[in-house]
Design a protein around this ligand. Structure first.
Ligand code: ADP
Length: 278
């Protein structure tokens, strides 16, 4: 069970960007992962390591399996009846794809933020307290503390503190997305998966959400899909470049963002980041 005492969001104490991922420690390792929807091979033999506390950007044109990878990491892909998976994913030393994995606990550990903000059609406060209640925090006073902390942590508290009971759907798109991030981090996940979290937002809101994601570095391990290569370059430590080959989604290059931009190994990556392909 969560308690407010466990819920600290010490953004101010974040080490500077350069210090975060010095001792790269593996938190997720994906091995020979193939995911199909019926006969359609969305991901073909993917091998990828994710470093703890770092931001990993997944880039590549539409249809190369990036969203499928995110959905597989917290096993939401199983909700699609035609989906089948082969291979192995280790998270914190445990198998994600094992039939004995506790899916509820996996999804608390690995939160997902979608492209389009998806607040519940309730009040701002209830968006957060509902999640808390479902996970055992039912004491009102304790909920109030955690709600304030989590809204502060996404920079939303001052904007909404006087209208916590009004509908979340009345917030701007950027505010809704920050509320969804607050809702995801209220469970203190270890990993945050983000599927183009800025792409449905206006430029100002997009910048605010991007700064928020960037500031979460070190506190969370973040895997973010983005079509914005400049954004990937600004915020990520590591990158995976996906492509479609023979109608299958494949990972053509992975490594540190700096290396991939400065010294891409694959000709396709070179053309993609140079804006020639993709
Ligand atoms: P990306 O995120 O890179 O755009 P996706 O993971 O969404 O790629 O899709 C990979 C491939 O799988 C695409 O060809 C897409 O059409 C297909 N696909 C995605 N979801 C489904 C589904 N529910 N049923 C069948 N095919 C799907």
């Amino acid at each position: 069970m969560l308690t407010s005492k466990e819920t600290t969001y010490p953004w101010e104490k974040l080490p500077p960007k350069e210090d975060c991922c010095v001792d790269k420690k593996l938190i997720i390792s994906v091995r020979n992962l193939t995911v199909q929807y019926d006969k359609k091979v969305a991901l073909d033999g993917i091998n990828l390591d994710i470093n703890q506390g770092c931001i990993t950007a997944l880039v590549g044109p539409s249809g190369c399996g990036k969203s499928t990878l995110l959905l597989t990491l917290n096993r939401l892909v199983e909700e699609i009846p035609s989906a089948t998976m082969q291979g192995d994913i280790q998270f914190d030393g445990k198998s994600v794809l094992s039939p004995s994995t506790n899916i509820r606990s996996l999804r608390s550990d690995i939160g997902l933020i979608f492209q389009k903000p998806n607040p519940f059609p309730f009040s701002i406060k209830k968006n957060l307290t509902l999640t808390l209640s479902e996970h055992g925090v039912k004491d009102r006073a304790e909920q109030d503390i955690i709600v304030e902390q989590s809204l502060r942590s996404v920079g939303l508290w001052d904007e909404v503190k006087d209208r916590l009971e009004s509908s979340a759907l009345k917030l701007s798109g950027g505010q809704q997305q920050r509320l969804c991030i607050a809702r995801a981090i209220i469970l203190k996940p270890k990993i945050l998966l983000m599927d183009e979290p800025c792409s449905a937002l206006d430029p100002v809101s997009s910048g605010i959400v991007e700064d928020l994601v960037s500031n979460m570095r070190g506190q969370y391990t973040i895997i973010i899909i983005t079509h914005n290569l400049a954004q990937a370059r600004r915020i990520s430590d590591d990158m995976g470049v996906f492509w479609v080959k023979n109608d299958r989604g494949v990972l053509i290059e992975k490594g540190s963002t700096q290396d991939i931009f400065n010294n891409p190994k694959s000709e396709i990556t070179k053309a993609y980041i140079g804006g020639i392909r993709g």
